[in-house]
Structure formats: C-alpha cells, structure tokens
Design a protein around this ligand. Structure first.
Ligand SMILES: Cc1ncc(COP(=O)(O)O)c(C=O)c1O
Length: 361
C-alpha cells in the first residue's frame, strides 16, 4: 500500500486510524452481521451511531441543550438557501460580510428570498484580508449577520468574532469546524460540510442555538426547516448513514488527540512551518494575504512565474504530495492543512519548498 501526502482542499485527508477502523468493521459492524451501510436508520445500532456523533460534537465544543446539533444533506451550498428561507422574514434585512466566492454565493441566494445588505466587503482588495470590526456596518432591521470564517479559496480566516449585539451571527464554517476551539456561544448558527476537517462528503453539520429555531419561517417546506431535523434528531428522512458513522469516528479520533485545543496547536505548527518558509524567501514565494488574516487551514502562495508554479506542482506530485494546485479561479499554490494532514506532511512539503528554491531560485 502506498498512501500519498494529501493536501486536497476537500474532500480531503481522513485520519488513517479512522479508515482502518471503518475497514475493520466494514463487513460486520459490532456483531450486527452487516455493514453500517446495510443497517436500517431506524435500528438501535444506527440510533447509537447518530447519538454518539452528536454527543462527541457537544463534548468537543462544551455545548449544552441550548445548542442543537443537526446532520443534513445538500452541502454548505444548501445552507446558503436554508438560512434565508428560515430566518429572512419580510421587513427584515439579511446582512452579509463578503470575504470570498463562497460568501458571494451565500449572498446571491439570500437576494432571491428577501432584502439584503453588504455589511462589509473585501472584494476591492481581491479578498486578501478580513474586514476589521470597525468596517462592519450592520443595517437597521437586520435579520442576521452572515460571515464565512475560513475562506478556502483565498486563504483568509477570521481571527476574531465580530460583536453583532442582539443580531444573530450566522457563519459558514465549512473549512474550519473542529480545527480549533471556536467560541460557538457567540454564534446563533454555524454550518459546515464534513469533507474538510471531520468526515466524508455528503454530511453537513448545523449547530444552532435551540431558541433560534423557534423564529424560523413556518412557510418553509418541511425538509428545509431546521426544526424538522431537530424534532426528529436528524432522522426525519434517510440520513447519509455511513457518512455520519465516519464523522463519529473522526470526532472520537479528535478526542483521542486531546480535543480541539490539541488539534489547534498542531494545526498552528503546520501552518507556521509553511508560512515561515514563504516569508523567509520573499524573492521567490509570495503570500498575497494580509498577515493578520492568514488562514491556518489553506495556505496560498505564488511563485515568480506561472511556469515555475506548474513545475512546482508537477514535481511535488512526483514526490508523493498531491492536491496543491490553487483554486482554478485564482491559480497559484494552495496547501490545505486540515486536521488529518500529519505534521510529517507539512515537514516533507517544507523540505521540498526549500529544495525547489535552491534549484530554481
Ligand atoms: C467555505 C466554503 N463554503 C461552502 C462551500 C461549498 O460546500 P459544499 O460543496 O459542501 O456545498 C465550500 C466548499 O469548498 C467552502 O469551502
């Protein structure tokens, strides 16, 4: 077996012990005589899988009953629509902070449903920084303020939580949930596709303040209402059972690592390693992101020419490091350093970067 160092932006690396456990249990899940994929979602063993994933989430973030954890489908992209469908009431204004293509898409969905306001935007600077607290102007009658905490394509991340007062703060945390101890008590609702830091594609997690769900628009179709999923403990219709099972295993693995503070420390170490090499070779590497807005999850950088970038990516692949190509809309190199990417992967890439400069600088 030969496994590569996987820097994919999502779907992305999963912890090897999790894949091994899933493999071990694949044909006979805990004496049931069948795979998790073959279990009824109404069976006791599956209910236990579902409950364990919810409990691990609450334990990792220290959440009580004031927060509800949901598993839904449709990816973060469906959340772009579900948030305004449920919470953008007539006479209210949905506020969006624009920090990249994903927040643009979220705003576009809200515009189809009701009135919107751009509370701050970093578009003019090519999304190379996160707006400061002073720049955020919340409108009158705000339904909520929506942010994108980590911007997977542009390599920026919020390193503070904006104070929105009584206005609910809602966030897309797709490429960072479970990578660090986010202060969820300051958020009314967050959502994330599992496929970056905590599982496979096909499962989307929503963590919502339980009281917020009472404010949703009752005209919303049942499948798109958060309370439908909450009232049925995420078992309203057939859930992505194998995905939820893998999420539970990954969360168990995070607990074994020492929880969110421990994975955060390691994630910071990996990111610092790559940023230090970029900053140490300013004539060769260039990170376009403002220093205080740099992402710990997606490190983006450029080389002196596109030809060199092409060679860099080709040689990295040949050396067993994949998934480093920047998003097609921005080019360059992107190093995704999610939870399951080991320190050895960042170290090997760092050595490769130094060597590449020696040979081409
Ligand atoms: C920050 C962010 N939001 C939303 C999405 C879209 O997620 P999905 O493909 O699960 O709909 C992505 C995908 O990469 C993302 O990085």
């Amino acid at each position: 077996m030969s496994r590569v160092y996987n820097f994919n932006p999502g779907p992305s690396a999963l912890p090897l012990p999790v894949l091994e456990q899933a493999q071990h249990e694949l044909l006979d899940y805990q004496g049931t005589g069948m795979s998790v994929m073959e279990l009824s979602h109404r069976s006791k063993p599956y209910e236990a899988i579902n409950q364990q994933a919810i409990e691990r989430t609450k334990r990792l973030f220290g959440l009580g009953d004031e927060y509800t954890v949901l598993f839904v489908q449709g990816g973060a992209s469906l959340q772009f629509a579900m948030v305004p469908l449920n919470f953008l009431h007539s006479g209210k204004v949905a506020n969006y902070v624009l920090t990249g293509s994903w927040s643009d898409k979220a705003l576009k969905e809200a515009k189809l449903i009701g009135a919107t306001h751009t509370a701050a935007s970093a578009k003019a600077e090519g999304y190379t920084r996160i707006p400061t607290a002073a720049e955020i102007q919340i409108s009158a009658n705000a339904a909520y303020v929506h942010t994108t905490v980590n911007n997977t394509i542009f390599g920026t991340q919020w390193h503070y939580t904006p104070d929105t007062g009584d206005v609910p703060l809602i966030a897309d945390v797709s490429s960072e949930l479970f990578s660090r101890p986010l202060p969820l008590d300051q958020y009314a609702l967050v959502y994330a596709g599992a496929q970056k830091n905590f599982g496979p594609a096909g499962v989307t997690m929503v963590i919502a303040r339980t009281s917020l769900l009472e404010q949703e628009n009752p005209q919303t179709p049942a499948i798109l209402r958060y309370s439908t999923h909450a009232d049925n403990n995420s078992l309203y219709n057939t859930p992505p059972t194998f995905g939820v099972y893998l999420v539970g295993l990954v969360l168990g693995w995070i607990e074994q690592q020492g929880g969110l503070a421990a994975v955060d420390a390691l994630n910071r170490q990996k990111a610092a390693l790559i940023y230090n090499i970029i900053d140490g070779q300013p004539d060769f590497f260039r990170c376009p992101v403002q220093a205080d807005s740099r992402s710990l999850m997606n490190v983006v950088f450029r080389l002196p020419t596109e030809e060199l970038e092409e060679q860099f990516l080709k040689q990295a692949t040949a050396a067993g490091m994949v998934g480093l190509k920047g998003h097609r809309s921005v080019g360059g190199v992107r190093v995704s350093l999610y939870n399951a990417v080991p320190l050895a992967a960042a170290e090997t890439l760092g050595a490769f970067m130094r060597d590449f400069v020696q040979r081409h600088g």
